[in-house]
Design a protein around this ligand. Structure first.
Ligand SMILES: CC(C)(COP(=O)(O)OP(=O)(O)OC[C@H]1O[C@@H](n2cnc3c(N)ncnc32)[C@H](O)[C@@H]1OP(=O)(O)O)[C@@H](O)C(=O)NCCC(=O)NCCS
Length: 209
């Protein structure tokens, strides 16, 4: 398969359901309440379609990355990612005037990994940051590789070793290679059993500012 045959598109109404299905495939152990459904993507079509990129091989959805613009105070983040993304009426907190792009999901179909698709998805989303003069791109990274090390390492020791490139994490290492740095660890920000519900708050700063 040649990467040049892949198409990158902003989210459209027709792509909402297959994009939600891709998330179900890529995050099998995340509870449904923490996963996007087609209606959430339909809201993004209305509010900020360019913030969600979908990758297609022909007509098949094989990758996606989504996010919103919002103000962020890294010392006082909402307790959960759902609280960051949605208000009390379950409406998106997307605010075009917000200082940061918050990347809430990234997924590449298992059959298409390791071909640079995530790198291209990051390129698209970083462009959202630079083209709109935002301060940066932040996200909470899952840490799936911790499951193999929890007997010997604390989560903080594990992340230190991933940052030092002594260990490879299938998610965080990819993000570090894409120019992100770890700000701190978050607990119970979302449910992710493979890292005991820990995640890493990561940031890519706009190099133009
Ligand atoms: C994380 C994920 C999106 C990566 O997608 P991908 O398309 O395979 O990633 P890429 O091919 O663009 O790889 C990006 C970089 O990581 C490196 N990389 C990726 N997988 C690797 C592996 N198994 N071993 C070594 N390096 C790897 C690549 O070499 C590349 O670096 P380079 O461009 O400097 O060579 C994909 O594995 C996935 O969907 N995982 C499940 C969902 C998930 O964890 N999402 C992130 C939520 S925070």
């Amino acid at each position: 398969m040649n990467e040049t045959s892949f198409t990158f598109s902003p989210i459209t109404y027709d792509l909402c359901e297959p994009t939600a299905e891709l998330i179900r495939i890529c995050f099998p152990d995340m509870p449904p309440s923490d996963q996007y459904v087609a209606e959430d993507f339909a809201e993004m079509v209305e509010l900020y379609a360019m913030g969600t990129v979908v990758v297609l091989d022909g007509e098949k959805v094989i990758g996606m990355g989504t996010g919103i613009f919002t103000d962020l105070d890294f010392d006082n983040l909402p307790a959960t990612e759902n609280g960051l993304l949605y208000d009390e009426n379950d409406r998106s907190r997307h605010d075009f005037a917000g200082d940061y792009y918050w990347g809430s999901d990234l997924a590449v179909h298992p059959d298409y990994r390791g071909r640079g698709i995530a790198r291209e998805i990051y390129r698209w989303r970083k462009k959202q940051v630079t083209a709109n003069a935002k301060k940066g791109f932040a996200a909470a990274a899952v840490l799936p590789g911790y499951a193999d090390h929890r007997e010997n390492l604390t989560i903080h020791e594990y992340v230190e070793k991933v940052v030092a490139k002594e260990l490879f994490d299938p998610t965080l290492s990819v993000q570090l290679r894409n120019g992100f740095r770890v700000i701190k660890l978050l607990h119970e920000f979302f449910v992710f059993p493979r890292s005991d519900n820990w995640s890493a708050l990561i940031l890519w700063e706009n190099p133009d500012l």
